[in-house]
Design a protein around this ligand. Structure first.
Ligand code: NAP
Length: 881
């Protein structure tokens, strides 16, 4: 091989991983920015040979290229720095809270010099192609110099915002003046003094550079397609508070950053914007605005990126600020973002951005009403006007996160290119690796927190993970590593699930790939947080590379496990509950458990408004029972759903599933009558079952006076209530009525057998535990009674003739398998029975209306099914055989 340069060390300075005879380098890296530099240091430290190829003629990556006026980081300088060498903190003094591009570049030069990193970098060299050679288990890397080298592992450290987007505007080649891209600003700088300047783009680059360009230019015209949210940076010296936070405890401070949400230490504020007073809300908004920190404003309340209403409040506050700064009301309105929730496009930090529009020589052109038609010899023609310029500046952004990766022709196993594999959106495992591309690693790739976090922290985490992985492989005798299909598909799903519970998909942002024409619309980063993500990556490695196949002299291992299957909002609820450290219900007395459940229910979101709520009593099997009736706001009469609440026959009441009953009432457009059947241990088996039958009888007999349509009666129940509903259907069938047109059983108890796999898999950790279920059974029924179909409806001698059924189960529920078994048994008996399994949900999560948003599709389907049952009902069809 030829290195194409004399300035770099010879290849193979250390043993290649696993196979000494093989490749030129253990590791080849594309890019000498923050990531590439640290990779050299870490991999060298392991005794691996590493060669970095860099297109530029020096180190710096993004900070090498983005030299436009005003370019600076918008994470505080101290945080946006390496932690691997603690001495850097004392050696390098940042002059400002937010360092300028020259200062950050200077810092990277210092790091490169101090650790003698340049000797492993070949500058002015692009990697054009990387081809996996399966037989040799190595990558063949084709360089722009015409040389080819081989390596065992190939790392893309090319940055997320490094591939400039094409101008997309006709006529750029015609323009007689100068054209500049903020992302490729000339090193010698540009003197705009006295010039007529047009700037296209109002993202971070535009917003940072426009005030400084306005200081020089004779005339500055800003072409804005989408106004962006920006808050003042309040730049200046490093804040005392930041210095104090690090002083004498740098190691702890860095560790806090690693385990923080965004890669910057700080307390997360765990209140919704909707739960505080107007006064407190405005105070917090004001303080966040004054902080001049992105994470402060994004995290001002815990639901800014999850709840449209909360976001609207902050967005309006920020629009108010813009209106108060910009003198001309029409210009102010144009600068006010209204087409996306705050934060769903990357917000900016600025210095005098909005004030710049008060200057007489600065003009704002709204491209929504007056689009650019072409660039001409002399300037820019819009639909309404021609502008003459000496200089046009493109601040139009990047093909983010994937652009620089697929710009290299990466060819994996069987000749498949990464570009083709990612044609419908990137598919990675952990944002680090991709199936079909063994020994390829991506630093801060799509599917990792990356651009949503402090990049310095996320880069170090990825480099450390990769380095530790290669070290383990070498020690254990593996040559190749590649994720497996199920693991990757599961990760892509998890990343999408997280994105889907946020407001991010509502914006046409580069996070969504929406800024590049033709790019698939996929939410690119992982939004679950740096801390959660780090824990997952650590777990993957600690448990022997979950989701990976490894191969080498040591043999082969293969894991197809999906590392996280749980729905993100369910995970958040479980974590919040765990943090409370509550004692298990089964360790409480019945009274304590009931009080606990009532108190927990108080804290839930209330669910939707319904037309009317009426509390009453009905005839049970042995005396009056309370009920709560939910009536839709639509004109009646309505069909009726008799509803049986959950609570293990011990806990709960007519209103204990209130949010769900409201949701059901609205979505199914039915009267829902929630029945407070008798509870154990006061009334043990078969009290609940007998009450179920008595209640539906009473409801059927009183349908008209309840505002219902006689004959259109379905039953629904959750958990033990699902048990009561299922049993009621059997008892009604056997008794010759009342007619029930359908049954919807949510996570029902249908069998006393606790040996099915779901009991074993989900015995603990998902709220309904095996021991809690045992506690419920013990209170409800003696062991011999549990075999009775009135307790275990799956044990009925015949299931024929029962109403059509929908049985809803959840993946992480001990009761999952018995629910599934009941569907099979019903179908085998000729009953029209459908199963609705819910991936990543727990026993309780579908009930969590307005809390577990990923449960909504199931709630929609439940209501739709009930509507169908009730609509198809005729008295004749509903009368049991
Ligand atoms: P950007 O956020 O994508 O902004 C590009 C701007 O150009 C947008 O206003 C966009 O409008 C507009 N635009 C794009 N194509 C256009 C066209 N054909 N006609 C008219 N307008 C067009 O890009 P950026 O400002 O370079 O920033 C990218 C990211 O880099 C930032 O979000 C940030 O993460 C990072 N960055 C960070 C810093 C920092 O840390 N200080 C500084 C600069 C950049 P639309 O919104 O309508 O697409």
């Amino acid at each position: 091989m030829s290195t194409g340069s004399d300035s770099v060390a010879p290849a193979g300075t250390a043993e290649a991983v696993g196979d000494t005879g093989g490749p030129d380098f253990d590791v080849v890296v594309a890019g000498a920015g923050f990531a590439g530099l640290y990779l050299i240091h870490r991999l060298r430290g392991l005794g691996l040979s590493v060669r970095v190829y860099e297109t530029a003629d020096d180190v710096g990556g993004t900070w090498y290229w983005n030299r436009y006026p005003g370019a600076r980081c918008d994470i505080q300088s101290i945080d946006y720095s390496y932690s691997f060498d603690p001495d850097l903190h004392s050696e390098w003094t940042w002059s400002e809270k937010y360092a300028t591009q020259p200062e950050i570049l200077g810092y990277l030069h210092h790091v490169a010099d101090k650790h003698d990193l340049r000797r492993d970098i070949q500058f002015s060299t692009r990697i054009d192609r990387a081809v996996w050679d399966d037989a040799a288990a190595q990558w063949r890397i084709a360089l722009s110099t015409g040389d080819e080298v081989t390596c065992r592992h190939y790392v893309m450290a090319t940055g997320c915002l490094s591939m400039p987007k094409a101008p997309e505007i006709e006529g750029t080649e015609r323009f007689a003046g100068d054209i500049y891209f903020t992302s490729r600003w000339p090193h010698e700088g540009v003197d705009l003094t006295g010039k007529r300047v047009g700037v296209i783009g109002t993202g971070s680059s535009g917003i940072q550079s426009i005030p400084l360009m306005a200081e020089q230019a004779a005339q500055l015209t800003v072409f804005q397609r989408t106004p962006n949210f920006s808050i003042p940076a309040h730049n200046g010296p490093i804040p005392e508070a930041k210095l104090d936070a690090v002083a004498g405890r740098q190691a702890d401070y860095r560790e806090e950053a690693r385990w923080s949400r965004g890669g910057v230490p700080g307390e997360a504020y765990e209140m919704s914007a909707l739960t505080v007073s107007e006064e407190e809300r405005q105070e917090r908004f004001e303080a966040a605005w004054e902080s001049g920190e992105l994470f402060e404003i994004i995290g001002v309340f815990n639901d800014i990126l999850g709840n449209q209403q909360s976001n609207d409040l902050l967005s309006e506050f920020l629009r108010g600020k813009i209106r108060s700064i910009v003198d001309d009301p029409a210009t102010a309105e144009l600068l006010c973002p209204t087409d996306h929730p705050f934060g769903t496009k990357r917000p900016c930090l600025d210095t005098n951005y909005y004030q710049t529009f008060n200057l007489p020589h600065v003009e704002l052109v709204d491209l929504r009403t007056n689009p650019i038609e072409r660039i001409t010899e002399t300037g820019i023609d819009t639909a309404e006007k021609s502008f003459d310029f000496d200089v046009i500046v493109f601040a139009t952004g990047f093909d983010a996160m994937t652009g620089a990766i697929v710009a290299v022709d990466i060819v994996g196993r069987d000749g498949v290119t990464l570009k083709d594999k990612w044609a419908d959106g990137p598919k990675t495992y952990l944002g680090l690796t991709s199936v079909g591309f063994p020994n390829l690693f991506l630093v801060t790739g799509p599917g990792s927190p990356s651009v949503l976090s402090n990049m310095a922290v996320s880069i170090e985490q990825h480099v450390d993970w990769i380095a530790d992985c290669l070290d383990t492989m070498r020690r254990e005798g593996y040559t190749t590593i590649e994720p497996t299909d199920p693991a990757e598909a599961g990760w892509v799903q998890y990343v999408n699930d997280y994105g889907d519970i946020t407001l991010y998909p509502r914006a046409n942002s580069w996070y969504m790939g929406a800024n590049v024409p033709g790019k698939p619309r996929v939410f690119l980063p992982f939004v679950g947080g740096v801390d959660r993500y780090r824990a997952i990556c650590d777990e993957v490695a600690e448990r022997g590379f979950v989701g990976f196949a490894l191969d080498g002299p040591a043999g082969s291992t293969r894991s197809e496990e999906v590392v996280r299957r749980i729905q993100p909002d369910v995970e958040l609820v479980l974590e919040a509950m765990e943090a409370l450290g509550l004692p298990p219900i089964e360790t409480m007395s019945v009274d304590e458990a009931r009080a606990f459940m009532e108190a927990s229910n108080e804290m839930r979101p209330p669910g939707p408004e319904v037309g009317e709520i009426v509390d009453g009593t009905l005839d049970g099997a042995d005396g009056d029972l309370d009920y709560r009736l939910y009536r839709p706001a639509t004109a009646g009469p309505h069909p009726i759903v008799a509803y049986f609440h959950g609570g293990g026959w011990v806990l709960g009441s007519a209103d204990s599933d209130d949010p769900f009953c409201r949701d059901l009432c609205v979505r199914a457009d039915a009267v829902v009558v929630s029945v407070n059947y008798r509870h154990a241990p006061e009334a043990r088996f078969p009290a609940a079952a007998d009450d179920g039958l008595a209640a539906v009888r009473w409801i059927a007999d009183h349908a008209e006076e309840l505002g219902g349509i006689p004959g259109r009666l379905a039953v629904c129940g959750w958990s033990a209530g699902g048990n009561v509903a299922a049993v009621t259907c059997q008892l009604a069938r056997d008794a010759g009525g009342p007619a029930i047109v359908g049954q919807v059983l949510l996570n029902p108890v249908v069998d006393c057998d606790m040996t099915r796999s779901s009991y074993e898999e989900n015995a603990d950790g998902y709220i309904l535990t095996e021991s809690l279920m045992r506690w419920f059974w013990d209170h409800y029924a003696d062991p011999e009674d549990r075999l009775d179909p009135k307790a275990s409806p799956i044990r009925a001698s015949s299931l024929a003739g029962l109403p059509p059924a929908l049985v809803v189960t959840c993946e992480f529920d001990p009761l999952r398998d018995e629910g599934a078994a009941y569907v099979d048994a019903l179908a085998a008996a000729g009953v029209e029975a459908r199963h609705l399994p819910n991936r990543g949900h727990t026993h309780t999560s579908l009930m969590a209306v307005d809390l577990v948003l990923t449960g909504e599709p199931a709630r929609v389907e439940i209501a739709r099914t009930l509507r169908d049952f009730l609509a198809a009902a005729t008295w004749d069809a509903a009368v049991p055989a």
